[in-house]
Design a protein around this ligand. Sequence first.
Ligand code: HEM
Length: 419
Amino acid sequence: MNMTKSIPREEGLDHSLSLLREGYMYIPNRKKSFASNVFETRLLGQSAICMSGEKAAELFYDEEKFMRNGVAPKRLQKTLFGEEGVQTLDDEAHRHRKSMFMSLMTKNSLEALHEITKTQWQFAAKKWEQMEQIILYDETKEIMCRIACEWGGVPIKEEEVKERAEQLAALFESPTALGPQHWKGRHARKQVEHWIGGLVNQVREGNLTPPEGTALREISLHKDLEGKWLEEEIAAVEVVNIIRPIVAIAIYINFTALAIHHYPEQKEKLETADAKYFQMFVQEVRRFYPFFPMAAAKVRKDFTWEGYSFKKGTLTLLDLYGTNHDAELWDNPDLFNPYRFSGWNNSPFDFIPQGGGDYMMGHRCAGEFVTIEIMEVSLKFLVNHLIYQLPEQDLSYSLVSMPSIPKSGIILTDIKKIM
Ligand code: HEM
């Protein structure tokens, strides 16, 4: 006999506003009140299942049970993701496109990224020594934009950097915003895709030759399963899928600086720490601080899991932030403690700030190694090569607005570069 039980259900017509009002805590709050890792609600005018925890992540990344096409809401496609990019693909088409993304992440290219990142921090710090104060968030967006373009093979003039950094940042700062901020994001997407589309075209016509293995070159010349180049707009979306999230690493760098400030004993430890400790610190920043609240998919076909019935087509959200703070998985989850990673078993489903599962087969973030590399180099620079002060300012960050960024943007004064 097929024993099914009902999924705890949040009553009401629609809870999209509660999701906006509660942000990162929307799923964790209900997980607590229902005492369940799975519950049903209504979001964006449809039934939705929300899930949290390691087992839920394992289920969510089972490609036979969930799919992605037609899932992302228009407001995200028009800002954050773009249309018809790798995020929207399933099955063979997804694997083919994803393997192109993963081919950009070789050992050599990550070593090149390491050097580019170091040089860009040095360049920026030299400038900051001449300034009374800086807002770290604004500055790191520009640093990341330079890194993204150089590593991605995208030519950019120094005088363009500020504007392009702002446009790329508008793509991830605007998705859940209302009114003008949201429209700024939509407008920025058009500008950025127009810029990159033009470069794709130049590569194809032989007027621009970015180095082999860079995103602009490989994506421009990538052939789909039918042996054809991607449409110019889609190729632009995919190049932006590389350079936009590199600019977004500015958020993690701000949280890194915040952690160094809030936990002075950690800073002391880092000053003499080995590479392993730097790595654990970066992992803990990615676990502890909020970034992407959730990932979305839809049920591919009817199935039953742990007695719960999942119906084909149901929107399903996996709680990324809550899983990283799940007390069943992490001791004292609200404590910042890099040591917790010394014995971590590398499960692909318990630590999921950038999604879970397999890189090649599933939708796990293609840029996780890039993120870690840039964060490690940046952390080393902040700890060992920069002296600075933090004047009085509002360093709080929200668990509601998405993405969350320390309120002041982190103001630094009295900056000195040391060897
Ligand atoms: C800034 C920190 C980053 C965070 C927090 C982040 C987070 C995520 C998340 C949550 C997903 C979706 C996982 C899912 O749908 O299951 C994702 C997908 C993706 N990310 Fe990242 N990411 C970051 C940086 C990067 C970087 C640096 C790159 C490229 C260099 C990148 C490229 C991608 C791509 C291409 C996908 C789509 C993968 C697919 O659909 O198969 N991300 N990321």
